[in-house]
Structure formats: C-alpha cells, structure tokens
Design a protein around this ligand. Structure first.
Ligand code: T5A
Length: 215
C-alpha cells in the first residue's frame, strides 16, 4: 500500500503541533499539494465521541487501561476511515498525533508495559506506520505556560500533573534517538522558525514532492 507520505506531528502539550499543522496547511495549499489533515483522538465521528470521553470529561473515573483502549479504538477508525482512503487517493496525510503519542503518554507517562502497548497499537493500526514523525520538543513548563496564555483548560492528562508530562517528554526524546522515522525539532523557537524546520524535514524526506529548495 502506498503509505509513502504519511506524517505525524508529536510532542508535549503546548509544543505547537496545532499551530504548525495550520502553517503546513497554508504551505501545502500554496504548493498545490493534495493533503488530508486530521487530529487524534478524533478525526472521525466515533473518534470525536471518544475524544469527548477521554479528554473533555476528566470527572469520569477512567482507569489507565481503559484510557489506552479508548485511544486505540479511536485510532482503529482513524486509520480505516481517514488515513488509508486518503493515502489510496494519493494524498499526503498529516496526523496531529498518532501511535507515538500512545507510547509516550500511556507507555512512558502512565507506566503501562511498552511492549504490550506497541503490540496493541499494531493491532489498532493494522501495522500502518508513518513515514515521518516530527517531534516538537519543548520543556514541559514552557508548554504549560503557552497553554495558560491561550486560556486552555486542563484535560485528563494535564490534570495528572507535571511528573507525568516530564516522563512523556523523556519518552519522546528517547524515541527520537532510536526511531529512524523520528525527526526532533526545537519547538522553543518562533512559530515561523519552527515552520522552516518543518519544511526542511519535508523536503528531505519527500524530495519528489518538494523537488526544489525554494518555495
Ligand atoms: N493522548 C493522545 C494520549 O494520551 N494518548 C494518545 O494516544 C493520544 C493520541 C491530546 C491529548 O491526548 C493525549 C495527549 C494529550 O493530552 P491535543 O489536543 O492533541 O490533546 O493535545 P495538546 O498537546 O494538549 O494540544 P495543545 O493545543 O495544547 O498543544 P499544541 O497543539 O502542541 O500547541 P498549539 O499549537 O495549540 O499552541 C499552544 C499555544 O502556544 C502558542 C499558540 O499560539 C497557542 O496559544 N504557540 C507558540 N507560542 C510561541 N512560540 C511558538 N513557536 C508557538 N507555537 C504555538
């Protein structure tokens, strides 16, 4: 299956994934490149319903095992309803979070057995893996400050506290070292500077789609 152009955006809370996704959309539109952008959890009707449970209802008593299964249930429909059809249409697919979020948050962060998490994720994705993971790295405290400035309310993960988010960040840094599909980006720079790094990574990984250095 043609999954050569599947990119996932990753990182701790407030690292700027959504901002970068918007800048990417503007760039791809200017370049005339067909793409699909969707967020996880969510993207599909069932995914958005799951998002409401797992994100927006922190008062619900959700065990960490249930939390893992909810994210994976959302992913299973995300892959089949969004990613695979878009790849089959030949589009470039950008996911605002994907499997690496589950490894980082439920594995490194919540402390669930990483090998089991990876195996269950493989079942959910049917083995589909992104061609490129862009990991936006930012100190946890800086990301939290950005969210506070933006007046974003805490979700279930953020309510779990800074220690969990520190483990998540360490997890991302460890994965960036060992996963050949991962590309680490310093997210503490301005949004425009980060976007330039994103473009560089796209040009390097997809030279046929972005043949020249200019824009
Ligand atoms: N989750 C998800 C799991 O636990 N397991 C899983 O398997 C999956 C898929 C998802 C939550 O679910 C968890 C992880 C998360 O807790 P989300 O909505 O995707 O939630 O994630 P958040 O990271 O919480 O989303 P945020 O919107 O807070 O962060 P973003 O998207 O990284 O940041 P963004 O772009 O919204 O920016 C935040 C603020 O910073 C400013 C923006 O303008 C905005 O105000 N900003 C910058 N400021 C200065 N310099 C820059 N370079 C900036 N870039 C952005």
């Amino acid at each position: 299956m043609a999954n050569e152009r599947f990119v996932a955006l990753e990182g701790v809370e407030g690292a700027g994934k959504t901002t970068q996704a918007q800048l990417l959309e503007e760039w791809l539109t200017r370049e005339g490149i067909a793409y699909t952008l969707a967020r996880e959890p969510g993207g599909t009707e069932v995914g958005e319903a799951i998002r409401t449970v797992v994100q927006d209802r922190p008062e619900l008593d959700v065990s960490i095992e249930t939390e893992l299964l909810l994210y994976l249930a959302s992913r299973a429909s995300f892959v089949r309803q969004i990613v695979e059809p878009a790849l089959a249409r030949g589009e470039l697919v950008i996911a605002d979070r994907f499997s690496m979020s589950t490894y980082a948050y439920q594995g490194y962060g919540r402390g669930l057995d990483l090998e089991s998490v990876r195996a269950m994720d493989r079942f959910a994705t049917g083995g589909l893996v992104p061609h490129l993971y862009l990991i936006f790295d930012l100190p946890v405290e800086a990301g939290r400050r950005r969210q506070q400035v933006a007046n974003q309310s805490d979700d279930r993960i953020e309510q779990a506290g800074p220690a969990l988010l520190e483990r998540v960040r360490r997890g991302y840094l460890e994965m960036a070292e060992h996963d050949p599909t991962a590309h680490l980006i310093d997210a503490s720079k301005s949004a425009e500077e980060v976007h330039e790094e994103v473009r560089k990574a796209f040009r390097a990984i997809f030279p046929e789609t972005f043949p020249c250095a200019g824009d």
